[in-house]
Design a protein. Structure first.
Length: 317
């Protein structure tokens, strides 16, 4: 399992002296002048003292041409490291020939024995993360979770061929005032697929090798209510209630409280309008009422004094 930026290398560690295997000078790795390997389609050639063959098989089971490293064991202190950075299977084989000089007479090997050996292995390299990169169809910029792509988006898998990716699309139902799943659109998707129809898209990614799962939601279109639903995860009915309370949907799809300053200004404006709606002669009416009260009081006082002066000596009522 590799992550972005990692380098995977294959290297043999040679624990033997190829001129004296197991400390026996009669056992050596010989030069294989007519070596071949049918599994890779390698015809007879001089393999030298050990040959390493590496072949990459991609996610479509397409085999690359084998890379052949002859004389691989000749310089054991500097064995070349082979990079295995692409996802897929690597078939690796080390071919070498052993020479047995057990029949030695007068310092010369008589009828040496030769035996060919083959060490093989399959290595699998896969992406260790669980990421997919949705990108804006117009600007190619990467879209984060709960992003809005008015012009649509496409998927960049970053060569992660082993990830399992499914896409669910939801559309708005005017009849029920809610989001409903597009039953024709819940399917696996591929690298480079483009999505431009309006709706809310849920991308589900899983890595079968690590068990990790990732989910991203992208909204395509210009409807502010659908945009808010994709960004906030709130049902459409709830968003409409918030709008009715005076809240607003911002450009990024988030929902903002009503502006308190604006609300205060509206209240002040309403008060001014209420005052302006009163009759302009209201002040004169008030003065007139006070004048009537004063006149009535003066009349009562006059009658009282008149009764005391001209009456039978009793106070006027």
């Amino acid at each position: 399992l590799k992550n972005a930026g990692d380098t995977v290398q294959l290297k043999f560690e040679l624990l033997q002296d190829i001129d004296a295997l197991n400390g026996n000078k009669d056992l050596v790795i010989s030069e294989d002048e007519n070596g071949y390997d049918k599994n890779y389609g390698v015809k007879k050639t001089n393999f030298g003292r050990g040959t390493l063959i590496v072949q990459h098989v991609d996610y479509q089971n397409k085999k690359s041409d084998p890379i052949i490293y002859v004389d691989y064991l000749k310089t054991p202190d500097h064995l070349e490291a082979i990079e295995l950075n692409e996802e897929g299977k690597y078939s690796i084989t080390l071919d070498y020939e052993l020479e047995n000089n057990k029949h030695v007479y007068f310092g010369q090997s008589i009828l040496p024995g030769y035996t060919n050996y083959r060490i093989s292995a399959d290595l699998f390299v896969t992406n260790g993360n669980c990421m997919v990169f949705p990108k804006d169809a117009k600007t190619d910029s990467e879209l984060s979770n709960e992003s809005v792509a008015e012009n649509g988006f496409y998927l960049d898998l970053a060569r992660s061929r082993n990830l399992k990716i499914y896409m669910k699309k939801e559309v708005y139902s005017k009849k029920d005032d809610r989001l409903v799943e597009d039953v024709r659109f819940n399917k696996p998707v591929r690298d480079g697929d483009v999505f431009t129809d309006e709706g809310i898209y849920t991308i589900s990614v899983s890595n079968p090798y690590t068990g990790q799962e990732t989910e991203k939601v992208i909204y395509v279109g210009t409807d502010s209510v659908l945009k808010a639903s994709a960004v906030t995860g709130k049902p459409i009915a709830e968003i409409r209630e918030l709008l009715a309370e005076g809240k607003t949907i911002l450009d990024d799809g988030t929902i903002s409280e009503a502006d308190s300053t604006l609300t205060s200004n509206k209240a002040e404006t309403a008060n001014v309008e209420a005052e302006d709606s009163q009759p302009q002669n209201a002040g004169f009416v008030t003065v007139g009422i006070v004048g009537i009260i004063l006149a009535a009081g003066a009349l009562i006082w006059k009658k009282k004094n008149h009764g005391m002066k001209h009456g039978n000596g009793e106070a006027a009522e």
